[in-house]
Design a protein around this ligand. Sequence first.
Ligand code: 13P
Length: 251
Amino acid sequence: MTRSMVVGNWKMNGDKAQAGALISGAITSQAETEAVDIVLCPPFVLIQQVISGCSGSKVAVGGQNLNLNTSGAHTGEISGSMLSDQGCRYVIVGHSERRSLYGDTDTIVGKKAALADSFGLRPIICVGETQFERERGATNSVVERQVQTIFDEAGPGIFPNAILAYEPVWAIGTGQTATPDQAQEVHGLIRKLIKQYSSSLAENTLLLYGGSVKADNARDLFVMGDIDGGLIGGASLNPDDFREICRATQV
Ligand code: 13P
């Protein structure tokens, strides 16, 4: 794997002014760091602004979620076809906040990943264990179950178009980053799970780490053999921090 990827998940943050600054920052980062693919995932209402602002640059845009349906009576929801129609190329699927707060089960996550793929969107599929599960020694079995359900529902054929993000729930927004060794161990496991189907799929699938990635810890994580980049929450809202994280992929 030679290319890296850094994805900014703005979550439910940002307004037009802040989006403007983040777009400029991402375009600068992309221009100075050729070998990284930068993706911005703003809230739905800012997608058009980000797509227009990034046009002519290599920065790509993604949604943060999609509905399981294509259209119809689903007040407040957005479909994959709508994201695609707006010019999105990616969509985050199965973020732990969607799993814990909005009922996205493993099966729903697998179905959403397949649906995203069918609309030409590259799904960025999140997996990861809770603090409780890690303390019980269940990290590997939880991640295996989550990844297996993606294979069952979407088929291994969605890789390497699909991207997997390991986001330990206990590390998200807590400042408690997984150590590079902890992250590498799970990334190695995920790579092995994909390898059951095909070595080339495993080699060519991007595996991102997310959970309190900051400018000062990104390099130590990205240097690990199976970590191909990051899915960034809080630090993606600061153009300087995001730029440093993008630079840190060049290790
Ligand atoms: P933080 O970087 O704020 O911990 O968030 C990680 C995340 O959830 C990205 O999807």
